[in-house]
Structures are given as structure tokens and as C-alpha cells.
Design a protein around this ligand. Structure first.
Ligand SMILES: [Fe+2]
Length: 248
């Protein structure tokens, strides 16, 4: 059975603030594309890195309002949520409290990324700190980190309660064979909890989930696909607990 609605927790559709959509026109086209692909909840998660981000919060809110207005007019059953993809830094909690970046939909969940070369020790320590500060980490694009290619390390993170996110393109696109193999091994062990688009543009990093959802439904199971592409992202936005180990 095909899924008829998706919740995309990670995208760069908010235009003009990072390496995602450049113009209002591109952002609107991306929204249309996501909508046609059955996305009904779209989280806008611009990068936040205190060393790089210059954008003001007011500006992001303004752009968010422009996109919301467009959604209301053209796709009334689409929900847009503002969040951030936070590059981990020691003061991340302060950055959130000061309103420099956002949790996901005002929940306790934070979408967090690291340098692709970060060690698993540092990642694990950071995750502990995030929990200690009262937040729940969603690890952005697990497939990007070299040190996590050892599956046991992802298992350890899931055992801590870290929510693991992977990109839809890594499930279905023509990408490096070892990445594909890794993602499929994680799926087999149900160590991925959310699949999102991480959409940046209309071409090679598009905001699409349909093909990856079909793949998971066909090759794994439908219940798992429902969790990855809809139920778990919704649970995040509603600030409800997610089971990160022993799924299915
Ligand atoms: Fe991203």
C-alpha cells in the first residue's frame, strides 16, 4: 500500500538564509514539489552554526510567514513548522534560550549535526549533554559521519534514546555503494527512526520522500515505513516519546 501523506522533519526550504533555497520562487517550487509528493507537514530547518550564521531571527520569522501565507492559499492542508538544524556547540542550550535557533516545533527535540569527521566519543558526549540540558537529540543524516559507520556505535546512541535520522536520497539515489549498504543494514536492524528529505533545491537535493517510502514498504515492512515517514516525525513535533530500541 502506498503511503498517502508524509511529514518531512528536515529541509532547507526557508529561502535566502543558508545553502538551501536561494529565492522565494525556488522555495515555492520546492513546497509545490513536496506537496505533489504527498508531504503534508514540512519542517523548515535552516542551518544554525554560531561560527557561520549571520542571519537574524526576525528575518527567518518574516520568511516563514511569507511561506505560511503561500501554503494557506495554495495548499491549505499543508502544515509548515519552523525549526533549526543546529551544528553542535557547547552553548547550544543557551543559543536556543536566546532565540538564536529553534527546537523542532517548540518540542524538546533538537535536530543536531556534527562535522562528518567528528569522533564517536565526541558525538556520544554531546548527546549526553543534550539530554542533561533537558532536550532530546535527533541526529541529522546519520550516514554522513565516518565514525558511525560501525553499526555498534549507532546501536549505542539509539540505546541512549538518540533519535536517528537518515536522508531519503541515501535510500534510493545512485550514491556510493558503501553508503547504501550501510543505510540498508541500519534499516534492517530498525536503527533508523526518521527519514527526511534534507531538501536543499529542486534538482540533486530535492524535497522528496515518496520513492524512499515505497522502497521501505516493499523491502522492509509497511508499519516501519509509516513510523519513519510520518508517525515518528509527528511524535517529535507533538513532543511525545519515541521508542528508539526494540522496534517491531
Ligand atoms: Fe540539513
Amino acid at each position: 500500500m502506498e503511503m498517502n501523506r508524509f511529514a518531512d522533519l528536515h529541509s532547507h526550504v526557508l529561502y535566502g538564509v543558508d545553502d538551501g533555497a536561494k529565492t522565494p520562487k525556488e522555495a515555492l517550487k520546492m513546497m509545490k514539489m513536496a506537496y505533489a509528493n504527498n508531504t503534508r507537514v514540512l519542517c523548515l530547518t535552516p542551518h544554525y552554526n554560531p561560527r557561520m550564521t549571520e542571519e537574524s531571527l526576525e528575518n527567518s520569522l518574516l520568511i516563514y510567514k511569507v511561506l505560511m501565507k503561500y501554503a494557506e492559499e495554495k495548499m491549505p492542508d499543508m502544515t509548515l513548522i519552523l525549526g533549526s538544524e543546529i551544528f553542535y556547540h557547547n552553548d547550544f542550550a543557551k543559543s536556543i534560550q536566546q532565540g538564536k535557533c529553534y527546537t523542532l516545533g517548540e518540542s524538546r527535540y533538537v535536530l543536531v549535526e556534527f562535522s562528518p569527521l567528528e569522533s564517536h566519543f565526541v558525538i556520544q558526549k554531546a548527546m549526553n549533554k543534550i539530554f542533561a540540558e533537558g532536550y532530546i537529540p535527533v541526529l541529522a543524516h546519520v550516514e554522513k559521519y565516518k565514525s558511525l559507520r560501525e553499526i555498534k556505535r549507532v546501536e549505542d546512541l539509539a540505546a541512549m534514546g538518540v533519535v536517528i535520522q537518515a536522508n531519503a536520497s541515501s535510500v534510493v539515489d545512485e550514491i556510493a555503494a558503501d553508503t547504501k549498504k550501510y543505510i540498508r543494514a541500519l534499516l534492517k536492524k530498525k536503527l533508523i527512526h526518521i527519514i527526511s528529505s534534507d531538501g536543499h533545491n529542486l534538482l540533486d537535493r530535492a524535497p522528496l520522500l515518496g520513492e524512499a517510502a515505497d522502497y521501505v514498504s516493499d523491502h522492509f515492512d509497511e508499519d516501519y515505513a509509516q513510523k519513519l515517514f510520518y508517525q515518528n516525525p509527528i511524535r517529535v513535533l507533538m513532543d511525545k516519546k519515541i521508542k528508539t530500541v526494540g522496534i517491531g
